[in-house]
Structures are given as C-alpha cells and as structure tokens.
Design a protein. Structure first.
Lengths: 309, 311, 317
C-alpha cells in the first residue's frame, strides 16, 4: 500500500513537469505579453520591468528558475498584473474559499446522492424512483451555469432568502447556493449510478446467501450490499472531481466568492504568466490528490484490489 | 452519461459487439428500425431540425441585424425592451438595445456550429489515435494511452482559458481548442475494438492479400467501428455545446459582437436583477431544448446501436 | 418421524408471455436424518423447490400447496418467522461457491454473523464457532485463514466454506442445490464424502438437488426424478438404478458414463426440455419419449406406485 502510494506520487512529478513546460512555452510563444499595452513603455522602463521579473533571460533559464523556486521554496513567483502580490498570496487568500464551498458541495453530492440512489433502488418503480430519474434528466439539461442564475432568481431576487453572491468570511448563507449550483448535476449522477449498482448487487447470488442466513433486510443492505454498490460510485467520483474543479471557476466568477477562479480568469485577460501557470499547477495538484485519495479508498474497500497493490 | 461511457469501455462489451457486427449483415437496417421505434428520439430529431433551420434561415425573418443598436428603446429597456411584435423585436432587446431575436439566431449558429463541427472532429481524432494504438500496439500504444491518462486528469478549463486568452477568441480558435480538449472521447473503446478485430480471420486474409496496414484500418476495420463513433459523437456534441457555453459564460469564449448561447445566458443572468428576464429566458430555452433533443437522440442511438440494450 | 412434508406444491412465474408453470403438483416427505435426492435437468424446477422451502422465490412467483416443516406450513409464515428458521433449522448450500460468498467480507464475519444472529453469540464466541466449523469441513490452517476473503481460496475450499456456513447452527435440514457442479471431478468426490461424514455425525436430513445421477448413487437412500416441473418417479435409489420404472429415468441412466461397462454406448435423450408456458395437459416427457403412445399426448399421468407413466413397466424398452 505504501509502495503504491509512493509510486503514484512519483508519477505525478513528470506529469506536472510536462504540464508546466507545455503551458510555459505555449504562453510565451503566443503574441503579446503582460506589459504590452496600447501606449508602449519607454525602452529603458521596459528593460527595467523585464529585468525585475527575470524576463530578460533566455526562456529555458526562466523555466529552470521557475521550477527551482517551486521545488525548493514552494514559491510560484510574483504576480505580473496584481501589484505587490505574489501568486502565493493570491492562493493563500482565494484557495481556502474555493476549497470550502467545494468541500460542502462534495458533501452535498455524496450525502444526498447516495441515499437517494439507494432509496430509489429499494423502492424500485415507486414515487421516489421516478422522482430521482426525473431529477437526473433535469440536471443533465440544466448545467451549473443555467442552474446558478435560476437559483439566484428564486432565492435572492424573488424570495430574498439568500445573498446572491459574495463570501463574507464564509458564513453558511453564502456557501449554500455555490455548493448547490456546483453539485446538483453530479448529485443526480451519483444517485443514478448508485441506484443502478444497488439494483445489480441486490440480484447478486451472495445477497441470496445472506437472505438464506435469515438476516433481516436492513442488515443485508447495510452489511452486505452497501459496499459493493458504492464501488462504481467511487470510480465515478474521479471524473466528477475534475468536472467540479472546472465548475468552481464558473462559481467563483458568478457568485463573486473571491475564490481563485476569478484570479485565474483575470490572469488570462491580463496575460499574467505567473498567475496562470501557478493556478494551473495548483488545479492539477488538486486533481491528482483527490484521485489518489479515491484510489486508496477504493483499495481500502475492495480486498481484491488491496491484495494486488 | 459517464456511466454509459464506462460500460461502453468494458471488455465484455467490446467482445459482444465485435461478434455481432461481423455476423449480422442487416445491422444498420435493424438499427434504423429500432431508432424509429424510439418515439422521443424521433421527435427530438424534428426538434433539432427545427433548431438548425432556425439557425440557418433565422436572420431572414429578423427585422434587425444582431449588431445594430435600436436607439429608440435604449435607456428604456426595462419598460419597452421586452418582446414586442410591433417594433420587430420578437424576443425583445439585450441590455445594449440590440435585437435579441437576431442575437439568438446568431448564438444558435455559433453554438450549433461548434457542436456539430468540433464534436465529430474531436471524436474522429480520438478514434484515429485509438485505432492506431490498438492496431500497432507496443510503444505507440503505451505512448498514446499514457498521454491519454495524463490528459483526462487535467481540468479542461485550464486549456480553455489559457488557449483562448493567448490565441484570441475567434470561432476557429474555439473549434480548435474544443477538439484539443475533447479528443480523448472514444479513444479507449475504439482501441479496444480494434485490438479485438485485428486478430480476426478477415484481417489476416486482407494482410495475406498484401493490403497495407492503413488500407486495412480504413477499409476493413473502420466500417466495423463506425457504430462506436456514432454513439460517441452523439454523446460529445451536447458536451461540447455545454463546454462552449460555459467558457462563453466566463467571458473567455466567443468574441463580441458575435455570440453564443452561453454568452447570451451570461448576459441575461447579469441583467436579471433589473427585471429583464426575457434576456435570460430565450437563450436558456433554446439551450435547454437543444440539450434535451440531443440527449434523447443520443439515448435513441444507444438503444439502436448498443447490442446490450437490445432485448 | 416426518420432518418435511411437501404437498401438491405448485410454483408459477408471471412473465411477459404468460405464466410459466415451473413446478406442478410435487409432493414428497422427508424423515429426520433422511438423505433424499431430487434429480432433473436444468429447468426442471428442482432449484425452485428448494427456494420455495426457504421462502426465497423471486418476486414474480406464485406458490400453491403446502410445505409443512415440523407441522407448520412455511408458506403461511411471516418474513421474520421465516428468518428465525433460516440457517437455524433449514440451511441452503448454493450451487456456485464463486458467487455465493460476499467478496467484501472476511470468512470469519460471514460465518460468524449466522451464530451472532441466531444464538446471540458474542463476537469472540462467534469466532470460536467459525473456527470449529472450518475445522469440521477440513479447511487446513483454518486459524490463520479466518481473516481471509473469499477470493483468496480455491473453488473447492470456497465450497467447503459454503457448507460450513450451512452447518454452523447445526440445522435439522440441509438443502444442497448442486453443491458440486462448479467443481473439478476429484474435488467433487471430496466434497460429497465430506457431506456424507457430516450428515452421519450430525444426523441432519439432506435434500440433495442435482442433475448428476452419479453423485446421487453413492449418497442418497431415496431418489425423486423431476421433469418439466412434475414428478416422474420416486423410489429407493438402489431399486431406481436397478430397475428404473419410467422412460425418462431410463434415458437419464443411459446418459451416465460408467467405468465398469466400457462397451455400453452413451446415449443422450433426443429433443430439448419442454416449454412450460401454460398448465400441462399431457405427460411433459411424451414428445421426447421413445415409448410414447397416442394416449401419452392426451393424458396427464399421476404418481402411482412411485411412477408417473401410463404404460406398464414391462412394456418399456
């Protein structure tokens, strides 16, 4: 298990390197730069600025310095567009915000999605089952960027129940709508998947064995059916996390949460190389970490996988 | 649709299908019959056709172009900018006083164009790479699959934003970056299919007749994996439209004054505080109708082509 | 003393194409400690009888008749009353040891939970019992394998675990549904010997359900033959093998390979199992029967003198 974890972490390194090098050259080769504006700076000033950000050096030297600083100091360098702020500052300020509602959104996805799927499977073809199928199709059609305005329209503009944006130190009123808007379609996906796998597991021979033991239905579901029914859901969570990270950029912008998504978009507009690159690395690291956690969880649940690690 | 994808990628599924494809000659005729039996899917085809006609010929019915500003209503949009048949703004005007009907036509054009050009091209690229990986195996296979694994674990928004920001926001760039982001669709299943098929007698026979590898791939293998490509395209098109709309919503999509459903929904969402709800409603309705239709068409295609769904 | 008495059992399944008559008018008695075999091809309804006794039939099943266990009709019991009998009084051994064990639970838990449930045993007491019963079914090094998962055992070992699971509460009746079908021939013999030993030690009654007359020969005192959900013949095993009284039984015996008579030709019964949609009106075996006369296609024979055939024994080929 330990070796497996180590191996996985080691494969992340080349992946991140490829990502950094690719994005680095992609950005630098594109026309324009962070300091090109309609009124060109005087050559002397320009030279000064470029020197300050190390941009007078050859590209590969800049790349090397960049990677060196990340590895040895976990330093993503100064922002090119936000005066006197480093990328680290921006991350320190915005990342906790994104993580907070992202966490609650994931909780919402799992805590509502899984029970809904299980109930739909146990009450197969009942009211709950149909409600859930309806919800699944609904959420397929209303992605977060359609759902978010609708939520604001209802809860803020019509009923005045919740604030339509902002963060305010992360009070719960400010977290609810971002978390729901981000999570709803995946919640429905989780519910649908859990329903399907639960139905399949309940027909498995080992469930019949459990019944022949005289176990009450509740024990059969909790002790025998739940684990295998949740494995496909766990696999599904991998891509879901990737999609949710993408969605968080939208949520940050739409709800003005102050999360890093807004900085990412701003960085793109102002050609803030350091910001874009730093946040891209951060997003990728987040994906890898979440996927690794999922895989370890999978191995923890499934003894067959565990013994193969 | 992730679960559908997952199942399509399974080994046993590939087996069943390759068996079936080779034995049954009437595959496509059967598939058409099954598809036509799926009422919602057939209805959705008509809805989609209507949308396409709207996008192509819509401008002919518009009283205004999608760029020009109606100075008569500007400044009084909240009270007079709503849907109105008399002044020719069937869907009202947007916050800058531009005709929303014409803009929705234009947005439909962009979104559908992106979906129906970038979607199939992305699947085609993925299928080609998958076929090469599956057919030649070895190093090439390892390289392609390794690259694939890395690629799918990077949130696509990163490419989108970086690419769009640095290379401009034209329609061509949009289509390009969407292909770049979505090329992974269908790669694994095509690879699996080709690996299965390449050991069949008819491929050996073709090889003995002296056909080149590429001729075998395109003449003999391609017809047998066409159904995969069809299913995947039907899944990817709505996803692509969704992705385009999302980045347009974020403001890094298509460049003004051109527009798309996502950009229109974004503008509508920004102004809904002022009570101009039609600015959100019309684009959102078109977007939702397109997604519903594409969803059911995909559903029907899967029912028709997916051997496991047949009973 | 009669332990189990099945009377006029009928099992039907609702399906899209009408009702499937899986089991028709089956009756038999089992005494305590008796070893009875239920023989038939797949689809003859034999497994459904076992499931009906356990109350585990699929939801679309309709049951008629009586299943008296210790004088109580099992078909009238509520689910919780049935649960008290399952594994404690009547245990079921399933056909496929690969899929009938939960792959995500340790063997100890899967065995132990039965004792915990029915005898209120503590965890450590349950572990002790699990260990005892694993020794009883001769699983080597049982102590160190308590924490193992099913996939870490071979097929034969898994079947031993399944048997151990059925034995752990010392039930009075074991229903063994094709206990050896999924196993190699040598392992089959070991498992049957094991069942025989245990049966003798514990005095448990065993209803052995199988399609394999070879398995029956060495194990059961009495044999019932089922075809198309109907009883064809019931007799003590020895006399059934010596002088089969039903054309179907004869066909079955001809299909069993024997080492002693190497010149005897193996012959399969021609045709395929009957379509069981709708209530039967004639002998279900008639279409495949070499001895069938016109009557056979019209009359539904009932069990008389241990056989359901309208033709006298002497006239059979």
């Amino acid at each position: 298990m330990f070796n497996y974890t180590l191996r996985r972490i080691l494969t992340v390194v080349p992946t991140l390197l490829v990502l950094i090098i690719f994005s680095f050259y992609l950005m630098r080769l594109a026309p324009g730069g962070p300091f090109t504006s309609e009124k060109p700076l005087p050559p002397a000033v320009m030279k000064n600025v470029l020197e300050r950000y190390g941009m007078d050096q050859p590209l590969y030297v800049q790349l090397w310095t960049y990677i060196k600083n990340i590895v040895f100091h976990f330093d993503f360098g100064p922002s090119f567009s936000q005066k006197d702020r480093t990328v680290n500052d921006v991350i320190a300020q915005g990342f906790p915000v994104t993580l907070t509602y992202g966490f609650w959104s994931a909780v919402f996805v799992l805590v509502l999605g899984i029970p809904l799927g299980i109930v739909a499977a146990l009450r197969h073809n009942s009211f709950w089952d149909y409600t859930m199928t309806g919800l699944a199709i609904f959420s397929q059609i209303f992605p977060n960027f359609v759902l978010a305005p609708i939520l604001v329209l209802l809860f803020t503009l019509s009923w005045g129940l919740l604030p339509g944006g902002g963060w305010n130190g992360g009070q719960w009123e400010y977290i609810i709508m971002p978390a729901i808007a981000l999570g709803t379609s995946y919640m429905a996906g989780v519910a649908r998947l859990t329903r399907g796998s639960m139905l399949e597991v309940l027909n498995a021979p080992f469930i019949l064995t459990a019944r022949s033991k005289g176990l009450p239905e509740r024990t059969i579901i909790w002790r025998h059916a739940l684990k295998p029914a949740l494995l496909p859901t766990l696999t599904y969570m991998g891509p879901v996390f990737v999609y949710m990270i993408t969605g968080s950029v939208f949520i940050d912008v739409f709800f003005s949460t102050g999360g890093i998504g807004q900085d990412f978009i701003d960085g793109a507009y102002s050609r803030d190389y350091a910001m874009l690159l730093g946040l891209a690395v951060l997003y990728s690291l987040l994906t890898f970490t979440l996927n690794l956690l999922l895989d370890l969880m999978y191995a923890w649940i499934d003894p067959k996988v565990r013994s193969n690690l | 649709m992730t679960d559908a994808k997952k199942r399509l990628n399974s080994q046993e599924f590939a087996q069943t299908v390759s068996e079936e494809m080779i034995t049954s000659r009437s595959f496509w005729a059967d598939a058409r019959r099954r598809f036509l039996g799926h009422r919602l899917a057939v209805f959705s085809i008509f809805m989609l056709l209507a949308l396409l006609l709207f996008a192509i010929f819509g401008h002919a019915f518009a009283q205004w172009s999608y760029e020009e500003i109606d100075w008569n209503v500007l400044g009084r949009i909240k009270t007079e900018g709503g849907p109105n048949w008399e002044n020719g703004h069937y869907f009202g005007v947007d916050e800058l006083g531009r005709d929303l009907f014409a803009r929705v036509v234009q947005g439909s054009r962009t979104s559908l164009m992106v979906g129906f050009v970038a979607g199939p091209l992305a699947v085609l690229l993925g299928a080609t790479l998958g076929a090469l990986a599956g057919y030649f195996g070895g190093r090439l296979d390892q390289f392609i699959v390794g690259f694939y694994t890395i690629w799918i674990s990077i949130p696509y928004i990163i490419f989108f934003v970086v690419w769009q920001a640095f290379f401009g926001r034209s329609l061509t760039q949009m289509i390009l970056v969407i292909i770049l982001v979505n090329w992974t669709a269908g790669l694994l299943i095509v690879r699996g299919q080709v690996m299965m098929l390449k050991n069949r007698e008819f491929v050996d026979a073709a090889r003995m007749l002296g056909m080149s590898d590429f001729a075998i791939i395109f003449k003999h293998l391609a017809p047998n994996i066409l159904w995969v490509i069809v299913i995947y395209t039907s899944i990817v098109i709505p996803e692509v439209i969704m992705a385009e709309s999302l980045v347009s919503f974020l403001g890094v999509g298509i460049q003004e004054p051109n527009t798309s459903w996502g950009a229109l929904i974004s503008e509508g969402a920004k102004t809904m505080t002022f009570g101009t709800l039609w600015q959100l409603g019309y684009p959102a309705a078109f977007f939702v109708i397109a997604q519903v239709s594409l969803y059911y068409i995909g559903d029907g295609l899967r029912d028709a082509l997916d051997p496991k769904d047949r009973r | 003393m009669t332990l189990l008495s099945v009377k006029n059992l009928k099992i039907r399944f609702r399906s899209g194409d009408g009702k499937i008559h899986a089991v028709n008018d089956v009756s038999f008695d089992m005494a305590q400690g008796q070893k009875l075999a239920l023989v038939g091809e797949s689809g003859s309804g034999k497994s459904q009888i076992a499931l009906a006794i356990m109350g585990l039939l699929a939801r679309n099943a309709e049951v008629e008749g009586e299943i008296l266990y210790d004088g109580r009709n099992l078909l009238d019991l509520s689910r919780s009353e049935l649960n008290r009998l399952r594994a404690k009084e009547i245990a079921l051994i399933f056909q496929d040891p690969m899929s009938s064990l939960n792959p995500y639970m340790t063997i100890e838990r899967q065995l132990g939970e039965v004792v915990e449930l029915h005898e209120g045993a503590s965890r450590s007491a349950a572990r002790k019992r699990a260990l005892d019963v694993m020794d009883a079914v001769k699983i080597p090094d049982a102590k160190n394998r308590l924490k193992a998962y099913p996939h870490e055992f071979s097929g034969g070992m898994r079947q031993r675990i399944v048997i151990a699971m059925a034995l752990i509460c010392k039930p009075r009746l074991i229903l063994a549904d094709e206990p050896t079908t999924a196993l190699d021939v040598t392992v089959q013999a070991q498992i049957m010997a094991l069942l025989d030993d245990i049966q003798r030690d514990m005095g448990t009654a065993v209803l052995l359900i199988t399609h394999d007359l070879g398995v029956v020969a060495g194990f059961c005192e009495d044999t019932m033959v089922l075809y198309g959900g109907r009883m064809m013949e019931a007799a003590p095993t020895l006399s059934l093998f010596d002088a089969p009284g039903h054309p179907y039984t004869r066909g079955l015996l001809r299909a069993v390979p024997r080492i002693t008579e190497d010149d005897a030709e193996l012959s399969a019964i021609p045709g395929s199992p009957p379509n069981q949609t709708g209530a039967p009106t004639a002998c279900p075996f008639a279409p495949r029967c070499v001895d069938a006369i016109a009557e056979c296609h019209r009359i539904l024979p009932t069990m008389q003198d241990g056989r359901a055939c309208i033709r006298p024994v002497e006239e059979l080929t």
